[in-house]
Write a protein that binds this ligand. Sequence first.
Ligand SMILES: [Zn+2]
Length: 363
Amino acid sequence: MSGDRFARHALIPGWDQKRLAGATVVLAGAGALGNTLAQTLALAGVGRLVVCDPDTVAVSNLSRCPLFRPADVGRPKARVVAEALSALAPGTAVDAREAPHVSGAGLAELRDADLVVSALDSRAARIALAGRCTLAGTGMLDGGTHAWGGEVAWYPPGGRCWACGLLPAERAVQDDPWSCAAPDPAAAAGASAPVSALVGAWLANLAVRLLLGLSVPGEPLRIDAAGLAVPLSGGPSREVPEAECPLHERLPAEVPVLPLDREATVARLLDHVGVHEEPLTWAGFSRPVGRRAPVRAVTSRLRSAPASARLSELGVAPREVLPVARRDGSGLRYVELDDGASDPRDPRGGPSGRRRATTEGVL
Ligand SMILES: [Zn+2]
């Protein structure tokens, strides 16, 4: 095979193939939008994708997801995306994380990524990612669909976040599937191949422009697939966060890096904090409560976990930054987990790339 795969790209003003080849994109969600986005970014020559999704391929996904085949039903979505892209665009390394984004990509990975994209299907997951992007000081590109349209919006660092426009009661919603097949069929919304492809392509177009350092709309793109129009919406200034939105805390500029990765045990982590400190995870984990009739309770306090448990088993993401509360109530500090040594091209879904630790916040 000879010739330049990207020869036509080179003719586009403002295009920089090397810049794309050196870019890392964290993608939360490998459903219909995530499929189209991952496929298009790989075709465009983006060097590395970190794909987070805890779900497996369902039959109902096959109508909208170009990277899934019938034989993939029941297999992890993130892994299938990685395998499909290795054949389609072998120059793109895909790091499959078979976990929710909060356990799949640590805050340090979000901080160091060239772009973070939300292709999620629930309000709670979007709020969590918006808060984590703000903590990490990174922007978030978001896409969502409804029956005959969708919305794509860029939330730049320091400006409004995805949750700024929500009411407090809406921010408190634990989970509210937007579109994809939900466990409760009554909660699932309509979705189709053309709308997913259309919105996914707009999402990918904005992603490529952001990676190339080109301008993107300052307002959300509302895509009306019934009227075949892409109107720009009006709205409040995108530069200033909503005063009442609680998701605008930032990590300190300097966070100490521990000589531990997420395969370390709880006991080893506790060796690195004071006796009056309470290290927390961002993704809550369950622990048994009660001796006679144990029930499961969700906690984020690492001192509640077995000392021998590995942080990864408790949902701590690669390269996570964990909050450490002081028991006297005097505030928080943060610690960052070190890199692991696994292969970033590993498509098997294990932690990979430069790992540090993760925590899950109470948002
Ligand atoms: Zn906000």
